[in-house]
Ligand binder design. Structure first.
Ligand code: C2E
Ligand code: CA
Ligand code: CA
Ligand code: CA
Length: 279
C-alpha cells in the first residue's frame, strides 16, 4: 500500500466515524425531543386558483430543539425513517392535524381539508391502516376531510402492498395525493393502479416556470393529463404572481406556496385565512 492510499483510508474512516457519531446524537435528540414534546405542527394554506380562497392546509412537522432551536424536517426526516422513529412522529402529526381540523369545524369552518405527509416507512407498517382509522375515530374527523400525501419516488416500490392499504383507506373516504409529482422517474402506470385523487406538481417545475419554457410545457402537460384522469392538481412552491397567473392559465386547481401563504401556527392560520371565509 502506498502512503497516499493509507492516508485516504484514514480520512475516509474518520469522516465516517464523524457522521455515524452525528447520526447517533441526532437519533438520541429525536427520541428526547419526542418525550419532551419538542415536535409540533404548522399549517400552510392551499387556496383555490380561481377564487384565491383557502380550501385546505398541509400539515408540516416542526422541531424546536432544546438547544439548537428550529431544525428543518429535511435534516432529520430521512434518519427518522431509517430508525423507525417516523412511526411515532408521523402518528403525532396525524393526530394533531386531525384534532386541529376538527376544532376548526366545530368553530363553523366546515370545508377545510387537511393534508398530511405520510412516509413510505409508515405505509409499510402493518398497523398503518388501523392507526389512521383509530385517529379518525378518536378525533371524530370525517375521513373525507383527510388527504394523505405520498411522495412519488416511493410509490413505485411495494406496489401490491401499498395499493391494498390505500384502497382500504379510500373505502373509508380518505383522499390520496401524490406529492412531488414529476420527480420520481417512475412509470405513470401507477396513476391507474392506485386510488389517487390528486397530484402535487413539484416546486422545482413551478420555480423554473418563470423563465424556462420547457418547464412551462411540462406543467401544462401534467395538468392536462391529470384532468383527463379525473385527478385534481395542486401546485406547490408558488412564490410569485407570475407563477400563479401561469398556473391559472393552465387550469391548475389549487395553489400552495409562499405567495398565497406561508406555513404558520394554527392560531395565525385561523386568523389570517380561515376567519376570512364566510361561515
Ligand atoms: P413537502 O411535502 O414537499 O412540503 C413542502 C415544503 O415546501 C415545506 O417545507 C414548505 O414549507 C415548503 N414551501 C412551501 N411553499 C414554498 C415556497 O413557496 N417556496 C419554498 N422555497 N418552499 C416552500 P418544510 O416544512 O421544510 O418540509 C420539507 C419536507 O419535509 C416536506 O416537503 C416533506 O417531504 C417533509 N415533511 C414535512 N413534514 C412532514 C411530516 O409530518 N411527515 C413526513 N413524513 N414528512 C414531512
Ligand atoms: Ca407534502
Ligand atoms: Ca411536495
Ligand atoms: Ca417538494
Amino acid at each position: 500500500h502506498s502512503k497516499i492510499h493509507g492516508m485516504k483510508y484514514e480520512m475516509y474512516n474518520s469522516d465516517m466515524g464523524h457522521s455515524i457519531c452525528k447520526k447517533v446524537i441526532l437519533e438520541n435528540d429525536i427520541r428526547k425531543g419526542l418525550e419532551n414534546k419538542e415536535f409540533y405542527v404548522h399549517y400552510q394554506p392551499q387556496v383555490d386558483a380561481k377564487s384565491n380562497k383557502i380550501i385546505g392546509v398541509e400539515a408540516l412537522l416542526r422541531w424546536n430543539h432544546h438547544t439548537k432551536g428550529i431544525i428543518s424536517p429535511l435534516e432529520y426526516i430521512s434518519l427518522a425513517e431509517e430508525t423507525g422513529l417516523i412511526i411515532p412522529i408521523g402518528e403525532m402529526v396525524l393526530r394533531e392535524a386531525c384534532k386541529q381540523n376538527k376544532t376548526w369545524q366545530e368553530k363553523g369552518y366546515e370545508n377545510i381539508k387537511m393534508s398530511v405527509n405520510i412516509s413510505i416507512r409508515q405505509l409499510q407498517n402493518n398497523d398503518f391502516v388501523n392507526m389512521v382509522l383509530n385517529i379518525l375515530e378518536e378525533t371524530k374527523l370525517d375521513p373525507k376531510y383527510l388527504t394523505l400525501e405520498i411522495v412519488e419516488t416511493l410509490v413505485a416500490k411495494n406496489m401490491a402492498d401499498i395499493s391494498a392499504k390505500l384502497n382500504q383507506l379510500k373505502e373509508y373516504g380518505i383522499n390520496i395525493s401524490i406529492d412531488d409529482f414529476g420527480t420520481g422517474y417512475s412509470s405513470l402506470s401507477y396513476l391507474n393502479d392506485l386510488p389517487i385523487n390528486s397530484i402535487k406538481i413539484d416546486r422545482s417545475f413551478v420555480s423554473h416556470s418563470t423563465y424556462n419554457t420547457k418547464d412551462q410545457a411540462i406543467i401544462s402537460m401534467i395538468i392536462t393529463m391529470a384532468h383527463s384522469l379525473n385527478l385534481s392538481v395542486v401546485a406547490e412552491g408558488v412564490e410569485t404572481n407570475q407563477q400563479l397567473e401561469f398556473l391559472r392559465k393552465c387550469g391548475c386547481d389549487f395553489i400552495q406556496g409562499y405567495f398565497t401563504g406561508k406555513p404558520n401556527g394554527p392560531i395565525e392560520i385561523e386568523k389570517n385565512y380561515i376567519q376570512k371565509l364566510e361561515v
